[in-house]
Structures are given as structure tokens and as C-alpha cells.
Design a protein around this ligand. Structure first.
Ligand SMILES: Nc1ncnc2c1ncn2[C@@H]1O[C@H](COP(=O)(O)OP(=O)(O)O)[C@@H](O)[C@H]1O
Ligand SMILES: [Mg+2]
Length: 113
């Protein structure tokens, strides 16, 4: 399946988010698989994870815990994924780290060629 250019360009944003927690030499994992006609993309890190009380707030525009963060990355990603008929989630992993899960329909929604 061909991925549309704006999805590809945003991939760098997904990847830079989990990269920060592991910039001291950690690893991120990326998995892409086809699932019942949909595409599931998972990006996971072994960073500090997200404090439980911030799990809802991280999606708010301009919410950031970084000194020089913009708080816009996740919102932009969510807008693009939803414009393509998909959805995105961010959850903690056990025993540590976070995972971004993006599900996209294999077929573009009506009127979104
Ligand atoms: N992989 C992650 N691990 C831990 N926290 C994260 C992760 N991704 C996002 N966050 C949290 O969500 C906040 C908002 O992220 P984002 O919208 O991308 O803005 P920014 O990266 O500019 O802070 C981050 O400041 C951080 O607190
Ligand atoms: Mg970010």
C-alpha cells in the first residue's frame, strides 16, 4: 500500500518523540503490519514513559514537559492520522517506556483521495 506524502513526512515527528527519552544510546522499535485491511504502525521506546496524571493532557495543544518543547507534535500527528480516517494512541509499556499506536484504513476515506 502506498502511504501518502504527508504521512511519510510526519513519520519523522513520530520517531523524534520517542527518540528523546533514549538519546543516550537507547533504542526505539518500529513495527508496521497489515491487519484486516488496515495498517497498524507501532513505535515504542524504553524511556521514562508518561506519568499517569498526564496521559490525557499530553494531547492538549501547547502542553509540553520539555524546556524547549512546542506541545504541538502529538496534536499535529492526531490531526493528520484522523484526516486519513485513522486513529492514534499513546500508552505506557511495561516495565518502562511508551508506545505510539497508529491505525490507518488501507483504503482512503470517501472524498480524501
Ligand atoms: N514517547 C514519549 N515518552 C514520554 N513522554 C512523551 C512521549 N511522547 C510524548 N510525550 C509527552 O507528551 C508531551 C507532548 O508531546 P508533543 O505534543 O510531541 O510536544 P513536545 O514534544 O513539543 O513536548 C511531551 O512533552 C511529553 O511530556
Ligand atoms: Mg514531540
Amino acid at each position: 500500500m502506498g502511504m501518502r506524502p504527508c504521512c511519510i513526512s510526519r513519520f519523522s515527528t513520530f520517531s523524534s518523540t520517542p527518540c528523546r527519552p533514549c538519546r543516550d544510546g537507547g533504542r526505539i522499535g518500529v513495527g508496521i503490519r497489515s491487519e484486516g485491511g488496515n495498517v497498524r504502525i507501532e513505535i515504542e521506546d524504553a524511556g521514562q514513559g508518561i506519568p499517569i496524571d498526564l496521559l490525557d493532557k499530553i494531547w492538549d495543544p501547547f502542553f509540553t514537559t520539555k524546556d524547549k518543547g512546542t506541545g504541538l507534535g502529538l496534536g499535529i500527528v492526531k490531526n493528520i492520522v484522523e484526516a486519513h480516517g485513522g486513529r492514534v494512541r499513546l500508552a505506557n509499556r511495561e516495565p518502562q517506556g511508551a508506545r505510539v499506536t497508529i491505525e490507518l484504513p488501507g483504503r482512503a476515506p470517501e472524498g480524501n483521495a
